[in-house]
Design a protein around this ligand. Sequence first.
Ligand SMILES: NC(=O)c1ccc[n+]([C@@H]2O[C@H](COP(=O)([O-])OP(=O)(O)OC[C@H]3O[C@@H](n4cnc5c(N)ncnc54)[C@H](OP(=O)(O)O)[C@@H]3O)[C@@H](O)[C@H]2O)c1
Length: 327
Amino acid sequence: MGGVVDTALDRSVVLGYTKLGSGVRRLWWPADPPANAMAGKRVVVTGATSGIGEAMVGSFARLGATVHLLGRDAAKVGRSAGAVRASLPGSEVVEEVCDVSDLDAVRAWTTDLAGRVDALHGLVHNAGLMPKRRDETPQGHEVQLACHVLGPHLMTVQLLDLLQAPDRAAVVFMSSGGMYTAPLQRWSVDELESRDGPYDGVRTYARTKRMQVVLADEWAKTLTGSGVHVYGAHPGWVETPGVAEALPVFRSVTKPLLRHVEDGADTAVWLVATCPESKPGHFWHDRAQRPTTFGWQRHQDPRAVVAFVNQVSALTGTERNVLSEHN
Ligand SMILES: NC(=O)c1ccc[n+]([C@@H]2O[C@H](COP(=O)([O-])OP(=O)(O)OC[C@H]3O[C@@H](n4cnc5c(N)ncnc54)[C@H](OP(=O)(O)O)[C@@H]3O)[C@@H](O)[C@H]2O)c1
């Protein structure tokens, strides 16, 4: 019964993505992680100075984890860490400053982290944005491509040894249901970088969120059997400062039904805390695996996936194409 209702909620989008979806699914979804499930464990959350990311830090801390709260603005990082510590006395929150879209900053920060810690049990690539105008990073990459795809990929490469140190660890790419509107194609570098015509922030958002899902799936395949589980996920529609700024009309129409930030953070936290087995696609929402394409869409073209992975490798300047090596 749960399965049929769950699928119907998912396909209806409006019912599944709002708080109605999680409200109903809670009746049958898998159990919460045990109290203190993450005691002695260490997690990095990017984009943790606002919205879903900040809520995630609180949820991990409540499970006993040491949480590295990463943002690009030191003052905001300090404020968010202070808020979590004040609401959860005794919690271990480490402040981290890194602009995920700046590949040099990612290299410097990951090198620094590797000198400070021995192991990492979770890494959530949550940082995200949807700007109205095209902007470039110091390396000349379009900012959404860099923040959603290139930075997280490079960060994963750089932190692989730390993630492989414990018996098991999880990496989550926080995507969006918006990715369903942008099936992966053999995008040229100009298209990846949104140089193909007038900039449309929503279109670039959907494309880069699709790229995250494909990348998560490729990483999951690559790391099968290594103890590192990789997932894509989407949070549903969540009331956050990001939504208020980027989509004010959408927000005012859907406001009564938008999820609370902790609800939006739930599946990513649950994935890291429980590391469930995952099938190809590896895309999750509301503690269940979801399709990466709907029936009326064609399946992912494997040649487009290979071309995309090679482009990401080249654009991040990773010395070797980690993903192809394992496939
Ligand atoms: N809210 C939703 O309904 C929804 C739906 C689908 C998917 N998502 C995804 O969920 C994630 C969180 O979204 P949200 O709604 O919580 O957004 P939000 O309130 O705007 O929070 C985004 C966070 O990412 C940070 N960030 C942006 N660019 C960064 C960079 N280059 N380096 C480091 N941090 C950076 C922001 O920091 P600053 O404050 O410094 O900008 C902020 O802390 C995003 O990936 C988003 O795409 C959200």
